[in-house]
Design a protein around this ligand. Structure first.
Ligand code: ATP
Length: 296
């Protein structure tokens, strides 16, 4: 009996581990939707990033042919620029992130990084150059060290600690009885939303990608933590191309450019003050959120 149950238990554990890992991966890339069935071309080359310019040229896309989500989007994000994408729920903000990651192929037009069509490069090289900080960082049931090092397997202890320090989570980790060996995640120490975010930021800092995709990462945090995390995200964005998918406008008011999506089109583009001045769609969204956020 033992002989039978042992392997079964073992297989059960392995199965659960694999399943959990897949769920974790799925959650981590929630922003990016389900992994697509896109395949590398036989002659796909590694992406060569030189600055990290992201260009959408007349991009149209729909998950289903009958329902277009993006219709002829033109967007150029210069190297080192921070562009925020805003728009009402379902307007296609996250879809742009999924296309950037090439989880789906554009229906029409092209998406280029430093002039290279994402369809012509290997997906591994594409994913290596883009860092994602999702809304809710999902932790693996493993040590804090593993969870940070996941950003770059093989990173040295010094590199991990330096990333944790930059993400302002090192002191917290050091104070844990088992330090960096503490198991976190569902079956370990549960971290707060802010702590999880910081682990996610440390992970991304370690990966050190030239292009960052932020799915406005602070929705579940209290105001103080949110402000701190915002500052850390901003610091992380220095010298990188950043595309922020924003739900709350207060967090992106200082973006180099704000792009407003509506019904599959870019309906407005500019800096925060310019858009308020224009008194159009953005100003409407802004005023609505301001009144919602006012204390009763
Ligand atoms: P939110 O602010 O609510 O996160 P969003 O602007 O990021 O919204 P997207 O997630 O890009 O919106 O979704 C745009 C539209 O595409 C929505 O109507 C959504 O229902 C649809 N959609 C998203 N993912 C899929 C999918 N995998 N299959 C079919 N439709 C999808």
């Amino acid at each position: 009996m033992i002989q039978i149950t042992m392997p079964l238990n073992f297989l059960g554990t392995v199965y659960r581990e694999i399943r959990q890992a897949l769920i974790d991966m799925g959650d981590m890339f929630d922003l990016l939707g389900q992994p697509a069935e896109v395949k590398d071309k036989p002659d796909a080359k590694p992406l060569k990033v030189d600055g990290g310019r992201v260009t959408l040229k007349n991009v149209s896309f729909g998950y289903e042919a009958a329902r277009p989500i993006l219709k002829g989007i033109d967007l150029d994000v210069a190297p080192g620029q921070t562009v925020a994408i805003v728009g009402s729920s379902g307007s296609g903000k996250s879809t742009i992130g999924r296309l950037l990651f090439r989880f789906y192929d554009v229906g029409e037009g092209a998406l280029l990084i430093d002039g290279q069509d994402v369809r012509d490069v290997t997906q591994d090289s594409l994913h290596a150059e883009i860092g994602v900080v999702p809304q809710d960082t999902v932790l693996f049931n493993d040590t804090v060290r593993y969870n940070i090092a996941y950003g770059r397997p093989g990173a040295s202890e010094e590199e991990i600690i330096s990333a944790a320090k930059a993400a302002k989570i090192h002191d917290f980790i050091s104070a844990l009885p088992e330090g960096y060996d503490t198991t976190v995640g569902e079956r370990g120490l549960k971290l707060s939303g802010g702590e999880k975010q910081r682990v996610g930021i440390a992970r991304t800092l370690l990966k050190n990608p030239p292009i960052l995709l932020l799915d406005e990462a602070t929705s579940a945090l209290d105001t103080d933590t949110e402000m701190e995390i915002q500052a850390e995200l901003k610091a992380m964005g220095e010298g990188r191309t950043v595309i922020t998918i924003a739900h709350r406008l207060s967090t992106i008011a200082d973006a180099d450019r704000i792009v407003v999506l509506e019904n599959g089109h870019i309906v407005e583009e500019g800096k925060h003050e310019e858009l308020l001045e224009a008194n159009g769609r953005y100003a409407h969204l802004w005023n609505r959120q301001q009144s919602e956020e006012e204390p009763a």
